[in-house]
Design a protein around this ligand. Structure first.
Ligand SMILES: Cc1cc2nc3c(=O)[nH]c(=O)nc-3n(C[C@H](O)[C@H](O)[C@H](O)COP(=O)(O)OP(=O)(O)OC[C@H]3O[C@@H](n4cnc5c(N)ncnc54)[C@H](O)[C@@H]3O)c2cc1C
Length: 409
């Protein structure tokens, strides 16, 4: 199985960091124009956040510092979940309504490859059927922005873009710096995203995680510290994070670009829709929504009648767990952490996952835990592997997190 063939200039990029976002795949603008906007060239958030919101996230506001700027946040689910979606289909619901009401004429998103259920094909969706066919995760790096060129060629004036954080960072900067998207009103729905894999490695990784990877239709790292794999016959397979094969987190498999990411919650989207801050419920599949801009409000309003909404919840205290995690990045703790690393037998892994889920961080506190640990890991990854990029790539809030845990920048 292979990723869909795609023309890309990424092989000739001057940099190794590339998330294959698709912006430099076309011929309508020079690749150098895309590279100028690339988040791995000029860095996460910072001036981009200022350009969108008129200010950067406040570092003295603990929630905004971690979750990004937003005007409203809540837990929600679609009253009638859509078919073939990831959770309840809030994103696909927004896209469908935005198209059917004429707010947008087309949607930049992804379809599934006919070669492999989990591989993406960039698409400019221009009908309700095409939008409905775009639901669900394709858990690999995806060239979603390749369809922007098509939107320009087709004279689209109002466009919805659905993307992960790197897509959205690159899109915003490209629209700001280059003239090619001038005159297009763009709405952006963002997914939280982390630890994505290269399409060419996906099946080899997946075959080590699942007992039957070819029959999996839903795959997600969940709040109970286990990976949930829903099979085509409806059965749920769970694998504790602590029992995942050690070699799937090897540096060759986890992409450098995802380990150089500092925008887990897609801070430049008009609206971010995930699940990570919602309570875990295996049937209800609650989601977590962050409305960030006026356009985000308009998108949320489109499906207001289709949503059940609930207030956010938060429980537990992440601090001790993050401190424990952070030890590996200290001189004294590194050797100890190495001794403790390794894959646990399943039974032991389940016991630890259960313990952490019942006594550890939940709801918003789980989000804080996830952001803190990823930021710490990624900071030291960049410092070790791309030291020359450290000043450009790392946004200011990261240093506040390092300081909070007494870590050396
Ligand atoms: C690699 C990866 C990691 C993720 N990690 C988290 C996480 O840690 N926490 C969290 O809360 N959420 C995460 N998500 C998002 C989550 O899986 C759901 O997309 C989100 O909760 C929306 O659910 P939904 O039912 O509304 O989505 P749907 O209505 O099914 O819509 C999902 C949309 O996302 C698009 N999409 C799918 N894969 C990709 C991709 N690779 N790149 C860009 N767009 C894509 C689809 O084409 C579709 O338009 C991740 C997604 C991916 C792809």
């Amino acid at each position: 199985m292979s990723a869909p063939a795609a023309k890309s200039v990424t092989a000739s990029l001057p940099q190794k960091l590339c998330s294959m976002c698709g912006l430099c795949m076309g011929t309508s603008w020079p690749a150098q124009e895309s590279i100028k906007s690339c988040v791995f060239t000029s860095g996460w958030l910072g001036s981009r956040e200022r350009a969108l919101f008129g200010r950067e996230r406040a570092r003295d506001n603990p929630e905004e510092m971690l979750f990004g700027i937003s005007s409203e946040r809540f837990v929600a689910r679609m009253k009638n979940p859509l078919p073939n979606i990831q959770f309840t289909g809030i994103i696909t619901g927004i896209a469908k309504k935005a198209f059917e009401t004429g707010l947008v004429e087309a949607v930049v998103t992804l379809h599934r490859s006919p070669e492999d259920y989990f591989l993406p094909v960039p698409v400019l969706a221009r009908s309700t059927e095409e939008i409905l066919a775009s639901g669900g995760s394709k858990p690999v790096l995806a060239q979603a922005l390749a369809s922007l060129e098509k939107a320009c060629q087709q004279g689209i004036k109002r466009l919805l873009v659905i993307g992960a954080c790197c897509h959205v960072q690159n899109l915003r900067e490209f629209q700001r710096l280059s003239p090619y998207l001038n005159g297009i009103e763009i709405y952006v729905v963002g997914i939280p995203c982390t630890d994505n894999v290269h399409p060419k490695n996906f099946r080899s990784i997946f075959s080590k995680i699942s007992r039957s990877h070819e029959t999996v239709r839903h795959y997600e790292f969940m709040q109970d510290f286990t990976v949930h794999l829903r099979h085509v016959d409806g059965t749920l397979e769970r694998v504790p994070f602590f029992s995942l094969p050690q070699d799937i987190s090897s540096s060759e498999l986890l992409t450098d670009c995802c380990r150089s990411c500092f925008d887990y919650l897609n801070g430049l989207a008009d609206i971010t829709v995930g699940y990570i801050g919602a309570p875990l419920h295996i049937e209800k599949m609650y989601q977590w929504v962050l409305v960030r801009t006026e356009k985000g409000k308009a998108l949320r309003q489109l499906i207001a009648d289709e949503l059940e909404t609930y207030p956010e919840t938060s429980a537990g205290d992440r601090t001790a767990m993050v401190r424990q995690y952070a030890l590996r990045y200290t001189r004294d703790g590194a050797a100890e952490a190495l001794k403790m690393s390794g894959s646990m037998p399943l039974e032991q892994g389940f016991m630890l996952a259960e313990h952490m889920y019942t006594t550890g961080p939940r709801g918003l506190e789980f989000v804080r835990y996830a952001i803190d640990t990823h930021v710490i890991r990624n900071y030291y990854f960049v410092k070790q592997n791309y030291p020359e990029k450290l000043p450009a790539l790392v946004p200011a809030y990261v240093y506040s997190i390092l300081e909070a845990y007494g870590l050396e920048p």
